[in-house]
Design a protein around this ligand. Structure first.
Ligand SMILES: *Cc1c(COP(=O)(O)O)cnc(C)c1O
Length: 464
């Protein structure tokens, strides 16, 4: 495999040794990594990754839920290259701007739901959620209700890794490190029927989980609540697709109490569900919408917050300067790539294709995996799905030690040339939206082989 001309050519063992000496990875147990050695991915094309030994791996996760257009799209690389020569950097602070950021804000106003005409740019999804906390609290201050500071989120939500993002998130291991959540952020239960629904039907459980919002509002005092935030489908938490009754009930509750609704679209946005945004799939009307990941198909880092008219008018017309912004808010090259991404999604009808063609095909084949003895549920919307691994299909029973069988399965996938991620014992996929039917068939074949291997290995080790 040829490597980039500006990087030295090194063997896998050399990269691994340097990695172990110098590189602290995000979300990584370094003791475990040291025993195994890091996997070095050196190039990619279409829906395939190639590691430093030249092994081909089908990418079932679009990188980290972002490379929705697949790898090697020349138009995206060209957009970045041309913009870097034209104007590699300028800011948007203090009454200046540049064409790529202005053009991207116009395009976003066109492709997002009608209540959105304004965007605030950030460098990532985490920064977008920090911006959400500041915007929401600023909004209520300007509305003359400064006591409305509390934001309600959910257990097992993921909203990023900064102080505010991790606080909004409901990941216990993240809260346990560094004194989180920050004050004024509280969590209610998640709409995870498979794990927590008990004997209720999904529809009944959806209503029960939504009513937890009303209970929390009444417990804290409605006059203190600023907003509710949720991912339309929880991604990192394990692709938790709420029952159909959940979001309509949530919408009713936020409307009744007059609090803001925030849909974190960082994963669900830009076609993942077969609609442009996950909130459209579920028929809800958010006031703020953090976006990132698929916004640039992951080619350059960029995020933002879409702000609905009723909030944007207050933020921009009252109260002078909003004292908030990032050096890379609206970075020119990242904006150029995001413009090119949106143009490709539109010109190639990719969102419609996910809704009407490749999405339903993948969903049908994915559900076939439910007949495997290890699989308790196979769920999917658009091109984002999960398999629940279980010791007892009928009773939806968990394994004695959570996460061990999931890890076996993840490793079996990699051995079979497939990236599928494990969240505890839930296997998740979110493949590039540009997959063909042949790619889908390959994904399902490899997943089934990995499930067979997991069953065999798990029994041998006494885990199943
Ligand atoms: C990934 C993610 C984020 C954080 O985005 P980063 O770009 O990693 O900071 C926020 N919200 C959701 C729903 C995500 O999946």
């Amino acid at each position: 495999m040829s490597s980039s001309s500006f990087l030295p050519s090194r063997s896998t063992a050399e990269w691994q040794a340097l990695d172990a000496s110098h590189y602290i990875h995000p979300f990584t147990d370094h003791a475990a990594l040291g025993r195994k050695g890091t996997r070095v991915i050196s190039r990619a094309e279409g829906v395939y990754l190639y590691d430093s030994d030249g092994r081909q791996i089908l990418d079932g996760m679009s990188g980290l839920w972002c490379v929705n257009l697949g790898y090697g799209r020349r138009e995206l690389a060209d957009a970045a290259y041309r913009q870097l020569l034209e104007l590699p950097y300028y800011n948007s602070f203090f009454q200046v701007a540049h064409p790529p950021a202005i053009e991207l804000s116009r395009l976003l106003a066109e492709v997002t739901p009608p209540q959105f005409k304004h965007v605030f740019f950030t460098g990532s999804g985490s920064e977008a959620n920090d911006t959400v906390v500041r915007s929401v609290r600023r909004y209520w201050e300007l509305m003359g209700q400064p006591q409305r500071t509390v934001i309600i989120s959910r257990t097992n939500a993921y909203h990023g890794s900064t102080m505010a993002g991790a606080s909004l998130g409901g990941m216990a291991p993240m809260h346990a490190q560094g004194g989180l959540p920050i004050p004024g952020i509280v969590h209610i239960r998640q709409p995870y029927w498979y794990a927590e629904g008990g004997d209720l039907s999904p529809e009944e459980f959806g209503r029960v989980a939504a009513r937890a919002l009303e209970e929390k509002i009444l417990e804290i005092g409605p006059e203190r609540i600023a907003a509710f935030i949720g991912e339309p489908i929880q991604g990192a938490g394990g692709v938790i697709i709420p029952p159909a009754t959940y979001w309509p009930e949530i919408q009713k509750i936020v409307d009744r109490f007059g609090i803001l609704l925030i849909a974190d679209e960082v994963i669900c946005g830009f076609g993942r569900t077969g609609e442009w945004f996950g909130s459209q799939y579920f028929g809800i009307k958010p006031d703020l919408m953090p976006i990132a990941k698929g916004m640039s198909s992951g080619y350059l880092p960029i995020g933002g917050v879409m702000i609905a008219d009723r909030v944007a008018e207050v933020l921009t017309e009252k109260g002078g300067e909003f004292a908030h912004g990032f050096t890379y808010s609206g970075h020119p090259a990242a904006c150029a790539v995001a413009c090119a991404t949106i143009n490709i999604l539109r010109n190639e009808g990719i969102v419609e294709r996910v809704r009407d063609d490749i999405g339903p095909y993948l969903q049908g084949r994915w559900r076939e995996l439910a007949d495997h003895p290890l699989v308790g549920e196979a769920r999917m919307v658009g091109m984002i799905g999960a398999l629940e691994l279980t010791a007892d299909k009928a009773r939806r029973q968990r394994f004695a030690e959570q996460g061990e069988v999931g890890t076996l399965c993840r490793d079996a996938c990699i051995s079979n040339g497939l990236v599928m991620r494990a969240v505890r014992d839930t296997m998740i996929v979110a493949p590039p939206l540009v997959m063909t039917r042949a790619h889908v068939d390959e994904l399902i074949d490899k997943a089934r082989k990995a499930l067979d291997a997991t069953l065999q290995e798990g029994r041998k080790l006494g885990k199943i």
